[in-house]
Design a protein around this ligand. Structure first.
Ligand code: AHM
Ligand code: MG
Length: 326
């Protein structure tokens, strides 16, 4: 391993590879990230350290609750949104952002070269149950996210706040998907590099299951997963459920729409800040992400709150479910 690290560093012996490569080191030496992009990713990771700490130290997660001094407490998702905004402002690198917590695009620094899309705290309804939750980010060059496709992202990343806090990031272009763990001194250090997704899923993770009563194709997909005796792994947090796939190297996650009159005709998940970043990571890891008819990465972003169906994970399973639900 140390030879590999020396090779990618290409530096003199006087500057040995670190025993524990951290996120910043890895972005410089492995991903060869552009200076500003690296700073932006590191700034986002810093915001997530505060979010991670807030989750561990806040007693309640719900809006309108009071702390032990009788002061109003912010809901954790609002707190996470504020924290990320602060770090984006500090970076000076971001012209605008789209957040699940904001109804419209938010303009920041007109000189900024990047746009960031994010769900500050995905699965926040699970906070009180003490389930894992996460933050999702996609980064675009320039300000025109509406009208773009998720393939135009220059990086995607998520942070999973579970028993341990993990960060998974990719700059695409064959540079791979890499996993870091938050250590006791507050540094994200490399845990596993080059996460991959195999072609066949043993695990399945079916979201918006309420749709099977009105969508016979989705019902067929679920039936076939059960007949194939796949293993169910579903927590209700997209970050945790898709991390399970990247972590185990196989699996399929779906969130499919219901028929006419149903609650979520296009599925529950948002294209820009939930599906887009995960599609970028899944394809980079050798998996696939489809809305049933086309690759999520090629689907145009038409509005901030656009929803899309998604089937993501092991290629062969994504394909077979897509043929049933499209
Ligand atoms: P949220 O962003 O309001 O937390 O909702 C998104 C979450 C995803 O993490 C998860 O995959 C989905 O909602 C769960 O939906 P369902 O209740 O249909 O299983
Ligand atoms: Mg969400």
């Amino acid at each position: 391993e140390s030879n590999f690290l020396y090779e990618i560093m290409g530096k003199a012996d006087s500057c040995p590879a670190p025993t524990k490569p951290n996120l910043n080191w890895h972005l410089i030496n492995h991903s060869k990230a552009d200076h500003d992009l690296r700073h932006l990713i590191v700034d986002l990771s810093r915001a997530c350290k505060y979010i991670s700490y807030a989750i561990q130290t806040t007693e309640a997660g719900l809006a309108g609750t009071k702390n032990e001094f009788g002061e109003d407490q912010l809901a954790l998702d609002v707190l996470a949104d504020n924290l990320i905004r602060e770090f984006l402002c500090e970076s000076g690198l971001v012209c605008c952002y789209i957040s699940e917590e904001q109804p419209d695009i938010v303009e920041l620094d007109p000189e900024g070269q990047y746009s960031v899309v994010f769900d500050p705290l995905d699965g926040s309804s699970l906070v009180d149950a003490n389930f894992a939750i996460g933050s999702i980010f996609g980064i675009y060059k320039d300000g025109n996210v509406i009208g773009a496709t998720p393939r135009e992202q220059v990086a995607a990343m998520y942070v999973l706040y579970g028993p341990r806090t993990l960060l998974v990031v990719s700059l695409g272009n064959g540079k791979g998907v890499h996993e870091f763990i938050l250590n006791d001194v507050g540094e994200f250090v490399l845990l596993r590099d080059h996460l991959g997704i195999g072609d066949d899923a043993k695990n399945y993770s079916p979201g918006n299951l309420r749709a099977i009563t009105t969508n016979p194709g989705y019902k067929k997909a679920i039936d076939s997963w059960q007949e194939e005796e796949k293993t169910l792994r579903y927590s209700g947090c997209m970050v945790a459920d898709i991390h399970h796939i990247l972590s185990k190297g196989q699996g399929v996650f779906s969130n499919i729409g219901g028929g006419e009159g149903s609650k979520y005709p296009d599925g529950k998940l948002r294209h820009v800040f939930e599906c887009g970043p995960f599609a970028f990571l899944a394809e980079e890891a050798g998996g696939a992400a489809s809305d049933g008819t086309m690759a999520i990465l090629d689907k145009e972003i038409t509005s901030v709150d656009q929803r899309t169906q998604i089937i993501i994970g092991s290629k062969n399973d994504v394909e077979s479910v897509a043929s049933l639900v499209s």
